[in-house]
Design a protein around this ligand. Structure first.
Ligand SMILES: [Zn+2]
Length: 246
């Protein structure tokens, strides 16, 4: 079979045998796939070092009729995110992005909006040296692109407007509710956090002021979005526990 070529983002890699790597990646034209990079763990391998968490690469692979895994022939680094990959806190942010993408995107289905969202998120983590705002933006947009975003203006239970009062959310409910319908374990989403969601829908992440990073709203919104992702996928995001506690 002829080799295929795609721009890709490396989602995860695992050691396989003594010299190989199992690679999960999101291809811009192929969607999410898994493949084997033979010899990638050998020191002199020419592409093994490009297979880093959320690295932006050009990949060449061959599909095999009998197996689920493709064979990765070559990878060239298009964009490196060294600072984020080598810093503990920043790499935790990248790991959460990777885990979310694996949970939300089905295999073999290209998603141009998600591909661009991930690249933008990682670039901003790298540029800012801070993952708070990029992660909040990423989680919010992932929920929005999946079609899971609830109403931000009225209670999902009784339809009363929140106005300036806090709304409440948890992973066991798909929407935002008012104080009257708050259940145990639900966390507040302040009117500032709901306003930030509006800002996220109309402003690019690169334009957002660094001052927002020190406000609690970015985390409030991130926590709500991650809870909705867990609610709809019926899975836990394990990397979440490694984030700083909000
Ligand atoms: Zn209500």
């Amino acid at each position: 079979m002829p080799a295929r070529e795609t721009e890709a983002i490396i989602l995860k890699t695992f050691a396989l045998g003594e010299a190989d790597r199992l690679v999960s990646f999101l291809g811009r034209t192929s969607g999410r796939m898994r493949g084997v990079a033979a010899g990638a763990r050998r020191i002199k391998n020419r592409y093994g070092s490009t297979l880093e968490l959320l690295a932006h690469v050009q990949l060449w692979y061959v599909e095999r009729e009998t197996r689920d895994l493709v064979r990765i022939q070559q990878a060239e680094l298009l964009e490196s995110f060294n600072k984020s990959q080598s810093d503990y806190e920043l790499s935790t942010s990248l790991a959460l992005v990777s885990e979310t993408v694996e949970l939300v995107l089905p295999e073999h289905e290209p998603s141009e909006p998600m591909f661009r969202l991930i690249l933008l998120t990682v670039r901003e983590v790298e540029r800012r040296g801070n993952g708070i705002l990029p992660l909040s933006y990423f989680a919010f947009w992932t929920v929005r692109l999946a079609g899971w975003l609830p109403r931000f203006d009225v209670c999902a239970e009784c339809g009363k407007p929140f106005a300036d009062r806090p709304a409440f959310q948890s992973a066991s409910h798909p929407g935002l509710v008012c104080g009257e319908h708050r259940r145990s374990g639900m966390k507040p989403v302040s009117s500032d956090a709901r306003h930030l969601a509006e800002v996220f829908t109309r402003e690019g992440l690169a334009k957002l002021d660094a001052a927002l990073e020190s406000q609690p709203w970015a985390r409030e919104l991130r926590e709500a979005a991650l809870n909705w992702i867990e609610h709809h996928t019926e899975r836990k995001l394990l990397t979440r526990e490694l984030l700083e506690t909000p």
